[in-house]
Design a protein around this ligand. Structure first.
Ligand code: XMP
Length: 319
């Protein structure tokens, strides 16, 4: 893409100019925005950049390994992988209020990130994958419902506290342009085209009290569901698809015996921007096949239901 290649060069110059010989830290989330920002900045200033990936243990199956491998091995970007699962899940255990979960995760994220940044000897700049819509949102919303319904997790307050300046190379771009830039930078299509994933991860897909066991069950069910979606060629038609583990046990039969296990809800929606969404119209055979696989392969689930709520009145996530 000619335009993106020119934009890439322009941004590389700008980053060099801004950063000079300074040190930059970038928090990776595993998402497209922070990944594209990191690869672009690395191209501009090389190993003056270090990435920090705070692994909260709430990612999907094998996701953390994929992120770490891509950055370290494919792009050779210095990356600190912080395994903070015990810390996060330990504090989340038994928590059921959605906002409390988000607050715990947001607070721990900042604490862990700050501690790691200090271990690196600090930095002059903090890199963020802020997009143009984020910029507009933060100036135009003055405490209306859109900002108070859910506290989104970011490293707010950290740059000031640590005396770092911000590097935000994607501030002028919309999501589709970030994807185009990512392709231009050689980030694999399988990564660029990924569905959005919320910062608090699986914690908000596990309504009711969080336990390690429930997170593990959910992770397995989600992996089976996404595998079926990919295999059936529907992944790119869907905005987001995921499993939710309900805090409800129901009776089932397995062989000669009765079972009493959790219910798994499947969610899939189409959307343009996540602000409104329609439930995705799967074929019933697909749903039946997927339910059978989940129940056969995931211990702890004996019933699967499909969510047919659109947004509004529902939200995409369950919490
Ligand atoms: P809802 O559930 O509000 O979701 O319809 C709209 C979009 O936002 C994502 N989402 C979040 N992302 N932190 C995030 O980073 C959050 O706390 C959060 N809650 C929802 C959701 O996955 C969907 O893409």
């Amino acid at each position: 893409n000619w335009t993106m290649s020119a934009y890439r060069q322009k941004m590389i110059e700008k980053i060099r100019e801004q950063v000079g010989t300074g040190k930059v830290i970038c928090g990776l989330s595993g998402g497209v925005d922070s990944s594209v920002a990191a690869v672009l900045i690395h191209e501009a200033i090389g190993d003056q950049l270090t990435c920090i990936y705070v692994d909260h243990g709430l990612m999907r199956l094998n996701e953390s390994e994929q992120v770490v491998t891509m950055f370290r091995d494919q792009f050779n970007i210095p990356l600190v992988h912080v395994d903070a699962e015990d810390l996060f899940v330990g504090e989340l255990e038994g928590q059921s209020d959605p906002e409390t979960k988000r607050k715990i995760i947001g607070r721990l994220f900042i604490e862990v990130f700050e501690a790691e940044a200090k271990k690196l000897g600090g930095a002059d700049f903090l890199a963020q994958g802020t997009l143009y819509p984020d910029v507009i949102e933060s100036v135009s919303f003055t405490g209306g419902p859109s900002v108070t319904i859910k506290s989104h997790h970011n490293v707010g307050g950290l740059p000031e506290r640590m005396n770092m300046k911000l590097v935000e190379p994607l501030r002028e771009l919309f999501k589709d342009e970030v994807r185009a830039l990512g392709r231009e930078l050689g980030i694999p299509e399988s990564f660029i085209g990924r569905h959005p994933f919320p910062g608090p991860g699986l914690a908000i897909r596990c309504p009711g009290g969080i336990t390690r066991e429930k997170l593990d069950i959910l992770r397995q069910a989600d992996a089976v569901y996404l595998d079926e979606i990919r295999k059936s060629g529907q992944y790119d038609k869907i905005w987001q698809a995921f499993a939710v583990l309900l805090p409800v046990q129901t009776v089932g039969v397995m062989g000669d015996g009765r079972t009493y296990e959790f219910v798994c809800a499947l969610r899939a929606v189409t959307s343009v921007d996540g602000m409104t969404a329609d439930f995705y119209q799967f074929d019933m055979n697909f749903l039946g096949r997927t339910a059978t696989r989940i129940i056969n392969e995931v211990r702890g689930i004996n019933r699967v239901v499909y969510d047919v709520t659109s947004k509004p009145p529902g939200t995409i996530e369950w919490e």
